[in-house]
Write a protein of this length. Structure first.
Length: 306
């Protein structure tokens, strides 16, 4: 009897420890699922861009096959048929994901104040910090990773379409796959997404979330009008363009050694990890992003519905 009575509290303790550990991450998990459920443009818009690009690429494959009859892998055809389309596919999908991230960030905190759903979400046992972090993860992590997977899938389909296009032309499909930059481009693309879209753009999304949490009306105007005003006032008053250059530096990414005729993959490869991590603008931007997010958390705590 004593053995059984002593074993019961231990079993109860084991059952209560596991849920306690799970509840630490469960609110964040469900907040993130809520964002993905309520904002389906996060994956619909990049999918539409990929489908549109594949349609255009299919037409180009058919036209080139009709015009040339037989394909060759000379340097000109290698660039026109393989390198450029792969780069354009990645640029189009990532550009679409970036635009979606900007629009999402501007509406993330403003939308729940506009439709007054913030009253319901604040009644739940979820902290403002957890809510804001679940929202910033979408443009910094979810969208870049989804665009990367979608780009890889798109390029695989492009390679299959190219393989089907060379059938019957006398060109080896194996030679086409060997000449394709798909595998090298995949690693460069993932590195670019982690460095630029995941870390370099952090202050941009932090600023947009801050404006979304504060703006009484029209968050788009409040987000983009002040920088334009500062650029104009600086140019008129001092005839300088330091702030404009700072914005362009943040939007275009870290400086790289690009030469004439270099491809997007060459530009990505020139941004080595050591060079990227030693860039002062990276750490300054991350610190600024932390300040913006902290302000957004505080504003969400005290701002009411519109």
């Amino acid at each position: 009897m004593n053995t059984e009575s002593n074993a019961m509290p231990e079993a109860v303790d084991l059952q209560t420890v596991a849920p306690a550990a799970m509840t630490r991450t469960r609110p964040f998990y469900w907040c993130l699922r809520r964002e993905l459920w309520e904002n389906r443009s996060i994956y619909i818009a990049p999918l539409a861009a990929a489908a549109l690009f594949l349609f255009g690429y299919l037409i180009s494959v058919m036209v080139l096959r009709h015009m040339h009859g037989t394909w060759s892998l000379n340097p000109k055809h290698h660039r026109d048929l393989l390198t450029i389309p792969y780069e354009l596919a990645g640029a189009m999908i990532m550009g679409t994901a970036f635009i979606v991230g900007v629009i999402y960030s501007l509406d993330a905190l403003y939308g729940e104040r506009r439709d007054r759903s913030i009253l319901f979400w604040k009644s739940l046992p979820v902290s403002d910090l957890t809510t804001v972090l679940s929202k910033v993860v979408v443009p910094l992590l979810i969208l870049p990773l989804f665009s990367f997977v979608l780009t890889i899938a798109t390029q695989v389909i492009m390679l299959l379409l190219s393989s089907a296009g060379v059938l019957g032309t006398g060109l080896s499909v194996a030679a086409l796959w060997k000449a394709s930059p798909f595998f090298h481009f995949s690693s460069m693309l993932f590195y670019h997404i982690v460095t630029v879209h995941g870390l370099w753009y952090a202050p941009l999304y932090g600023w947009l979330l801050l404006v979304s949490a504060w703006a009484p009306r029209a968050p788009f105007i409040w987000a983009f009008l002040p920088p334009f005003v500062i650029v104009g006032v600086e140019k008129i008053a001092f005839n300088t363009s330091y702030f404009r250059n700072l914005l362009m530096y943040r939007l275009t990414g870290p400086e790289v050694n690009a030469v004439d005729g270099s491809t997007i993959m060459d530009v990505m490869a020139s941004l080595t990890p050591l060079r990227f991590l030693s860039t002062p603008g990276l750490w300054t931007g991350l610190a600024l992003a932390a300040v913006f997010l902290a302000a957004a958390v505080r504003l969400r705590r005290y701002r009411g519905p519109i």
